[in-house]
Ligand binder design. Structure first.
Ligand code: FAD
Length: 321
């Protein structure tokens, strides 16, 4: 028996969500009193692979193949499922990231496993049953799911589990999967990076702005605030619909769901469709000139004031700090 965790990388580097997911999987393997094995696909440095031991992985399976150079849902899912079978894993854990959302149901089908995606807590275990809390309805509610299958797949929401350093160095083994032509019917031939900015789903700090900013010409102060905080920038849907900001910044029910440690919302009313994308943020700060703006109801800190006065003062205060 073992727990298998898929460790996602971006351009050969592990992301924060990867270490979170390994820490979570290590806690699951502690619950089951079993070994944690990680599987990495792509060209990641040997040291980075063995450092996964610090987060609890006893062993890392390293899959490096030209065929898997670009992400292919079906092929990656087959490789992970094959590793789970070879290692006798009863639980497969991965991040509920963009790629994780595509992989987790495919892995579950291949392993005839129950799936808890968008998980936010460790499972409660009772014999073969796992009870897991997950978000539902685009983050507007929580649901509790029960998994009774022999094998279980859990996709963990980003920013929902604390990093925990518990071990030392992992041993790294090469893993040679068996490829099938059917896994490569859809191929990614080229990846063009839209920007070098901090990726919104992974951001720990987000500065987000809405129609209250009046127009795209006023975003310089939003970018400056985000820049000095090391935050990603985001926006409401009407802002991206109007072409003031790129669509990949649109947060909410029809956009990206974020769960940063800090979400600063400037000139955003707090419509339910926007809140659906920010409800798992740890701390929400709202700046709005309307004291009745619905966003204040979910804010941890609120400033009632004109963004054009408040934001420059905030920037000055942070610079002076
Ligand atoms: P507004 O509602 O116009 O609010 C602007 C806010 O700025 C107001 O609260 C105002 O008091 C404040 N303000 C104005 N001037 C200033 C100033 N000088 N200083 C400070 N504050 C100021 N929206 C999303 O964001 N994401 C989604 O995913 C999404 N999906 C949707 C899906 C559906 C099916 C539908 C119907 C709608 C969806 N919407 C979504 C739209 C949503 O309902 C709201 O219309 C939208 O979120 C409002 O954007 P906003 O808050 O930027 O603009």
């Amino acid at each position: 028996m073992s727990v298998l965790v898929y460790v996602e990388n971006a351009d050969g580097k592990f992301k924060k969500s990867t270490f979170e997911v390994v820490s979570y999987a290590a806690a699951v393997s502690d619950l089951l009193k079993t070994e944690l094995i990680a599987i990495s696909i792509g060209d990641v440095k040997q040291d980075d692979l063995s450092n996964l031991g610090k987060y609890g992985a006893a062993k890392v399976l390293n899959v490096s193949s030209d065929k898997l150079k670009n992400f292919v849902n079906q092929a990656y899912a087959s490789v992970i499922a094959e590793a789970a079978k070879r290692e006798g894993s009863s639980v497969v854990v991965l991040a509920n990231s963009f790629t994780g959302k595509g992989l987790s149901p495919r892995i579950a089908v291949k392993l005839k496993a129950g799936l808890a995606d968008a998980a936010v807590e460790l499972p409660k275990t009772d014999n073969n049953t796992f009870t897991i809390k997950r978000t539902a309805f685009s983050g507007k509610a929580f649901a509790t799911v029960e998994l009774n299958s022999e094998v279980k797949v859990i996709a963990l929401n980003p920013n929902s589990f604390q990093l925990k350093e518990s071990g030392s160095i992992s041993k790294v083994e090469d893993f040679q999967p068996e490829f099938r032509d059917s896994d490569f019917r859809t191929m990614v031939s080229e990846i063009v990076r839209a920007s070098d900015k901090i990726a919104l789903p992974d951001a720990e700090l987000v500065v987000s702005a809405g129609r209250g900013m009046k127009g795209p010409e006023n975003w310089a102060m939003i970018e400056e605030l985000a820049g000095i905080l090391g935050a990603a920038t985001a926006c409401s849907k009407p802002v991206s619909d109007a072409g003031w900001r790129p669509h990949e910044e649109h947060v909410g029910q029809t956009g990206i769901a974020v769960s940063p440690n800090l979400y600063i919302a400037i000139g955003i009313s707090g419509a339910i469709q926007h809140l659906a994308g920010v409800s798992s943020s740890k701390t929400i700060v709202v700046i709005n000139k309307d004291p009745e703006a619905p966003f204040f109801k979910v804010a941890d800190y609120g400033i009632v004031g004109d963004a054009f006065e408040v934001v420059p003062k905030l920037i000055d205060a942070i610079k002076a700090y």
